[in-house]
Design a protein around this ligand. Structure first.
Ligand SMILES: *Cc1c(COP(=O)(O)O)cnc(C)c1O
Length: 400
């Protein structure tokens, strides 16, 4: 049974793309192939340089039948030519940055984003002679002004962690194109249900599969989608040589999670709109940031660029450390824990001093702007799939 699911609706794609019943057994669900090696009946080169998309399965660090189904499904969802999966979002991020940049190159990156990405760019890349300019990419002029002759990549995260700033992907792609630089989008908070960055002109889209795409908080993974000429080298160099290969078991769990991604995202958004509206009217809440609220400074861009506002809310209260303390002791439904995008609601205090010192290293006007949004710290709430009323009751008793 071969089907072209590319022309079908996204719910059908989420369920069927990349999968097909097993030709020997007729199994309807995807096979889980844990084998690390494969018996071959012809000589296969031992070099990653000779690897192609139609090479037979040889060794799971190169390619695996279960992982391949996940990669093909993600490629269809992102409307990409090709996809490569990794052991985690950070394995995907580090691979893109190291494989597509070289000594002497310049990178422009969001000045607030996922802390692992921020620290990797600032500390690790500079050790390899790659210069990095962090700017607030939500302001396009900041990107244009940062471009240098040797700018080879622009990396944006939209919506970004933890302030949920939105970057205009289409406009950033124009700037990248003019410069001959790659535009890479970390679309973890958006998912392909909300935004398809490649359609807007991005060259590569990266996901932490650990979040919404897997959706259940029980498997780590990462992915990068784009055209074959960029993904092929990434598989050959990064996957095979850096070795951040996803476990086929995790690939299988994530495949299973994706089947419900479109309907989960609808519920995440519906719940988040209700919880955000509750927080906005609560007297102890000083600020609520949610792209679906008219009060979000980039609500219009969010409406244009996102088909779904996702389930991430950031909010600020007075005495955040005491509120966090109460959350740890008293929350009954919401878990006080890092991570996001799971069916369970999660909340965590992102302390400003911590993030500024270890990850973002902002100063001057940028630091003031950050403090203006985040104060001493901002709560990052990943609204799950529970009943919205229960989530509101749970928050009410810790906000007092
Ligand atoms: C979690 C996350 C990552 C890192 O992914 P892991 O799977 O935890 O390695 C990168 N970017 C964003 C936006 C994330 O939320």
């Amino acid at each position: 049974m071969t089907s072209d699911h590319r022309k079908r609706g996204i719910q059908t794609q989420a369920i069927h793309a990349g999968e097909r019943p097993d030709p020997t057994t007729g199994a309807s669900a995807p096979n889980l192939v844990m084998s690390s090696t494969f018996v071959v009946d012809e000589e296969v080169s031992f070099s990653a340089n000779n690897l192609s998309e139609d090479s037979p399965f040889v060794y799971t660090r190169w390619a695996n039948p279960t992982t391949k189904q996940l990669e093909q499904k993600l490629a269809v969802l992102e409307q990409a030519e090709a996809c490569v999966a990794f052991a985690s979002g950070m394995a995907a991020t580090a691979s893109v940055l190291l494989s597509h940049l070289s000594s002497g190159d310049h990178l422009i990156i969001s000045n607030t984003n996922y802390p692992g990405t921020a620290e990797f760019a600032r500390d690790t890349l500079s050790r390899f002679g790659i210069s990095v300019t962090p700017v607030d990419t939500a302001e396009l002029d900041n990107i244009s002004n940062a471009v240098q002759d040797n700018t080879r990549m622009i990396w944006i995260e939209s919506p970004s962690n933890p302030l949920l700033r939105i970057s205009d992907i289409e406009a950033a792609a124009t700037i990248a194109n003019q410069q001959g630089a790659l535009l890479v989008v970390d679309s973890t908070f958006a998912t392909p249900i909300a935004t398809r960055p490649l359609q807007l002109g991005a060259d590569l889209v990266m996901h932490s599969l650990t979040k919404y795409i897997g959706g259940h908080g029980d498997a780590m993974g990462g992915s990068v989608c784009g055209r074959q000429s960029l993904i092929g080298p990434l598989r050959g160099e990064a996957l095979v040589h850096y070795g951040g290969v996803i476990s086929p078991f995790n690939a299988w769990l994530i495949l299973r999670g994706i089947a419900t991604l479109p309907i989960r995202m609808r519920c995440h958004e519906e719940n988040a709109l209700k919880v955000a509206a509750f927080l906005e009217t609560h007297p102890d809440v000083e600020k609520v940031i949610y792209p679906g609220l008219a009060s979000h400074p980039q609500h219009r861009l969010a409406t244009r660029q996102m088909d779904n506002f996702s389930g991430m809310i950031s909010f600020r209260t007075a005495n955040p450390k005491q509120v966090a303390e109460r959350m740890m002791q008293k929350l009954e439904v919401i878990h006080y824990a890092v991570s996001l995008g799971h069916h369970r609601s999660l909340v965590y205090l992102m302390q400003t001093a911590d993030l500024i010192e270890s990850s973002y290293r902002l100063d001057g006007e940028e630091l003031e702007r950050y403090r203006d949004s985040a104060g001493e710290g901002i709560f990052r709430l990943s609204v799950g799939l529970e009943d919205a009323g229960d989530l509101i009751t749970d928050l009410e008793q810790v906000l007092q």
